[in-house]
Design a protein around this ligand. Structure first.
Ligand code: NAD
Length: 386
């Protein structure tokens, strides 16, 4: 089968830029995709990154440090943009205005004002397909939990807990980088950097917080700058958002916690999601990547069962169904969702889809309310935000 090619440029060729390039390079992994991305252009300010792309991607014909040049390239149909948060508004709007489809990175604007500007630009250019990155739902147990939400397995929701935890900042000697600086990462701190991921499943499920009480902590207040000095580290390290959320099926309210932590001892890179309902419960934690836990209640025993899941992914590939998948696979699955929706005009399924611009707007309302809540030590109504 000859696959339709979509020619891509990358703006921001660092950690995540390379993950996308790698996913493109092994697109043959996916057996049912009718379209494939082809990397033709790369832009980054850091020339030290160029040789990896030159050595591995003969399809790349343009490498530049000026993203305007990449946007002027008529060959480029779509862009993956993975740059620091302070650049999202300008870069995303310029990409959209240039008529290129966009997968942008979270938080999709450094703050709510930037996100509003991006949303306005998207509305003015309906011909351009725009989505935001978050690979969390593409782990097979999460896909299964998504199907269970669609099938109303849980009954009336009792509570939901979703989180994303890192431990590396426990090391106080870790050199500061842009993700720990307000000018580049934003006032949201860990909420902006990590928060879209744990919000993704609840938002897709239609579980929209009505209000939030947030507790945010700046635990490590200065860090080495790598040049022998200590410099201020002002971003929030950890944040927990306690949200009152409406269950759209019953109209009843339930508590939902969304936790993002950069200093979570022992948690290298832990994603978790848990739904407790009157008919059933389900949970997954990336510490045990294959294991989905389910409790089904029919009036008898309340017993958790463990299901070992293999590569039961949304977009099938060559990997045998019993084998494990990892971070790079979920990134490729997310890209498959983007390419599928771009070419088919609709997502493959509710939970096999990327974050929409509307969902990013909702996350910015939540994070802005969380900042206010922390400032005033109060519960903030999200609907009452300007
Ligand atoms: N989806 C995920 O799991 C995930 C993981 C990490 C980061 N991210 C997001 O990806 C984005 C980038 O993060 P990263 O970890 O790849 O960071 P990174 O620092 O590794 O890469 C960012 C790149 O942008 C480049 N850059 C900076 N200014 C530029 C400019 N003016 N023109 C062109 N290039 C420029 C830098 O040189 C750098 O290579 C952020 O929005 C971050 O939140 C997402």
């Amino acid at each position: 089968m000859v696959k339709k090619k979509i020619k891509f440029g990358i703006i921001g060729a660092g950690l995540m830029g390379r993950e996308f390039a790698s996913a493109c390079a092994r697109w043959c992994h996916l057996t049912e995709m009718k379209a494939k991305p082809e990397l033709v252009a790369v832009c980054d300010k850091n020339p030290g990154l160029y040789s990896w792309y030159e050595d591995n991607f003969p399809s790349v014909k343009q490498i530049t440090d000026d993203y305007h040049e990449l946007l002027a390239n008529p060959e480029v149909e779509a862009v993956y943009c993975a740059v620091p948060h302070n650049l999202h508004e300008q870069f995303y709007c310029d990409i959209i205005k240039a008529g290129k489809h966009l997968l942008g990175e979270k938080p999709f604007g450094i703050d709510k004002k930037a996100n509003d500007a991006i949303s306005k630009c998207i509305k003015e250019h309906p011909e351009v397909f725009v989505r935001c990155s978050s690979e969390f739902p593409f782990h097979p147990p999460m896909q299964r939990l998504g199907k269970m939400i669609e099938d109303k397995f849980f009954g009336q929701i009792i509570e939901v807990n979703s989180g994303f935890l890192h431990s590396s900042d426990l090391n106080q000697n870790k050199v500061i980088n842009w993700k720990r600086m307000i000018d580049f990462n934003g006032e949201y701190g860990c909420l902006g950097d990590l928060g879209m991921h744990p919000c993704h499943m609840p938002f897709k499920a239609g579980w929209y917080p009505k209000n939030v009480r947030a507790i945010l902590s700046n635990i490590v207040k200065e860090r080495p700058d790598g040049k022998g000095n200590m410099v201020p580290c002002e971003t929030w390290d950890n944040g927990t958002m306690f949200c009152e959320t409406e269950d759209p099926d019953t109209g009843e309210m339930f508590p939902m916690t969304i936790k993002t932590q950069r200093i979570a001892p022992g948690e290298t890179d832990t994603w978790y999601f848990e739904v407790k309902g009157m008919k059933g419960c389900g949970r997954w934690n990336s510490k045990k990547p294959r294991t989905l836990e389910i409790l089904e209640y029919n009036g008898g025993d309340q017993a958790w069962q463990q299901i070992d899941m293999g590569a039961q992914v949304a977009f099938p590939g060559i990997t045998g169904g019993i084998f494990e998948i990892g971070f790079s696979d979920t990134i490729q699955q997310m890209w498959a969702a983007f390419i599928y929706e771009l070419t088919e005009g609709k997502p493959k399924s509710k939970f096999a889809s990327c974050v929409t611009p509307e969902e990013t707007a909702l996350s910015h309302r939540l994070f802005s309310a969380a900042l206010k809540s922390q400032e005033n030590h109060s519960t903030v109504d999200i609907d009452k935000l300007p």
